[in-house]
Design a protein around this ligand. Sequence first.
Ligand code: PEP
Ligand code: MG
Length: 912
Amino acid sequence: MEQQLVYSFGGGRADGRKDMKNLLGGKGANLAEMAGHPDLKLPVPPGFTITTDVCNAYYEAGRKFPDNLEKEVASALKQIETLTGKVYGDTANPLLLSVRSGARQSMPGMMDTVLNLGLNDETVQGVIAQTNDARFAYDAYRRLIMMYADVVMEKAAGIPPVQGKGIRKLLDEHLEAVKKKRGFQLDTELTEADLRQMVTDFKAIVKQEIGQAFPDDPMAQLWGGIGAVFDSWNGKRAREYRRIEGLPDEWGTAVNVQAMVFGNMGDDCATGVAFTRNPGTGENHFYGEFLINAQGEDVVAGTRTPQPINDYSKNTHSESLPTLESIMPEMYAQLDAHQQRLEAHYQDMQDMEFTIEKGTLYILQTRTGKRNGTAAVRMAAEMYQEGMIDGPTALLRVNPNQLTELLLPRLDAKAERAATPIAKGLPAGPGGAKGKAVFSSEKAIEMKRAGQDVILVREETSPEDVDGMFHAAAVLTAKGGMTSHAALVTRGWGKCCIVGCHDLDINEAKGYFATPDGQKVHEGDWISLNGAAGTVYLDQMPVVDTDLADNEAYQTLMNLVDQTKVLGVRANAESPDDATNALRFGAEGIGLFRTEHMFYGKGSEKPLHLLRKMIISDTEADRRTALDELFSFIKADIKKTLSIMDGKPVTVRLLDPPLHEFVPHDTERLRELAKELGVKVSVLKKRVLVLHENNPMLGHRGVRLGISYPEITETQVRAILEAAAELNQEGKQALPEIMIPVTCSRNELEDQEKIVQRIYDEVCTARGVDEIPYLFGTMIETPRAALRAGPMAEKAQFFSFGTNDLTQMSFGFSRDDIGGFLPIYLEKGILEADPFQVLDRRGVGELVRLAVERGRKQRPGLKTGICGEHGGEPQSVVFCHRIGLDYVSCSPFRVPIARLSAAQAAIEYPRD
Ligand code: PEP
Ligand code: MG
């Protein structure tokens, strides 16, 4: 059978279904579902969807439509004509159409919509006769020219913006000029004669600027629109968006063609956007905005302040505006009934578009609504509690990375109370941010690349701004509502955003904005935003962490997580503070305690001094003297952490970095140090010279230190075991795991094990105890260690994969210098992702898998975990689950992400 290229819907039936997203795109599949599913049969204007396969065929054929398409479109068009009783291109009774793109997933950056197709100088007369409203007809006509010229003739065709600003802007300027000349404030004040003239003017401007005439033939318009949707799939902005989101090029887009319905035929008409639950907070309440006498684009464009659909949806700007519920109660009641059915049917929050045309309500679109992290967690938890969805579904609903938002820093409340906002807009959420104000997307990218945090300030954003928005810490716009481009895009990313900040007078060209009281904020000036309250402040405000304990939805979800996941989640913690944080985030232990951290930062002066003394010692005796002094510091540090983690394992890694990292290299500081240590500068210099290495990452570090200087291992092991013995005697349960870093052979482990065993016996005897529970194990960070996992496991009771070093040594890419070539590798598609962030499953992952297999063969109970940066990255966590690791360990802040990823992995890949 020939492949079906076009799927019709309308009149209570449809060819497609909601599960056909790959073929019909998200929008097309949902239109079919709403129109045809027996539980719904909602009032959807009839139409048809051209499949994503056609898009791919179009590209394969060198931008040509497949042979059968024309025939199938003609017959689908016939169906719309039958259902509406109108005829496309007919001068007496014309049907008007809309064309919209629709990929599997909604994609800002692609062609969105062209409305009112089918209008020309003749058919417009038919519309006047049908509606008895010439003003409306000419308004529809000028809108068609504007949209068509913008999205079909310019953007999709890839023509660079005319006069540097684009045809839409030029036409808009013309419209504004006419309004000004006529002394009007609003578009709605323009008369029929104004609009009729504007149609003529617009056509002339288009011809002059683009060099092509606006097509009068309705069929040419329709095919122009269809082709433009396909072309926009490969437009610069769409490709950019796909790159950022990691979406494949092969998906293609569908095209949706639908009969027009009008929300702008008078004050008994309206159009709006609504969500079945609040997408900003997750609260279970119908929420939305609408405009009287407007088309959908007006709501999204943010040129007029939208009205709330009900009292619940009111905000600072719309407080005093009448609600849909109050002015059109019957329509509101229908809409409310539809939204309830939609949510029950899809079992998820829906984002819907509706239009009211002279007392008839139409649903134009439904899709699963974007939501920020806070809302995602609340909706998943509450829908689960309501019995709408089961536990696994609730867990799969939240993107683990979205949890970051709940843990996201906010503006410090105390500092905020003490400050006065310079402006207030709509809280598109979430969290708080500070950054330097920038006024263009390019500047945002440039400054971010130079390492500066920026906040993108725009009149309003458009798909051209997506890259800049991505690079900005937050986005602030003067125009737009909660459903504007800026709000939608940032919501998808969980980025702080304030929209509709009318208080600001923004001059993008000159790079500043002015506040109502005349203050000017220039490019590069610091500002701070509270995305949850919509408040803007001058200067840098401190940003602080949030408290999860009183977030009920989060607790519900995380309880589900813990009942579901199999993989353990520990934290990498280097200080008692970190350990406390790790517990707060639900860590089940510490997977990596890097001992050297006591020599960096706050409180490190004394231990660092003693360490340096040890480093410059020439003889074992001198080294031992210095180490004896250092001992109490090491022990105290470890004991505190073991005590906080009472009853939970703590993997203490012995000293790893090469010793020269701890001594200064410039003469001035060497002189100071010599004085401090009471040695001659020349002696110190000689010692530093001896320590110098050409390739320290592959040098005298890790276990090699412990082998060269056994007393370093001895001191650390004694500190660990004494701390543990004392805690156990104090009634706590210390579970230390002694971990040897950067190993590559069994013999190294054997050497260190002997030391550990000897010290263990000594401590037990000295303390008069029979036993101090501990484990002895190693990091697997070199490819050889992974390959020799069998013999290594003869000695090691556990393996912890140090995938930072393992990645470095497997690829031969320096951890510290990959930035020099990584962007090129990513751009050329040689690498799919930064291997230091996302575990390279094929290479490094294979070494891990192999090592686990070989290690467990030797020692069946071998405990295995991962403690490289990958331990908190969702895809890598799933991999760790699949190859049977016991736990992952990551920075405390990422522990919730790892826990949720582990639960999702358990659902998708159950272990036997
Ligand atoms: C590793 O190499 O993965 C690791 C955790 O150790 P470090 O980052 O300290 O080298
Ligand atoms: Mg390492």
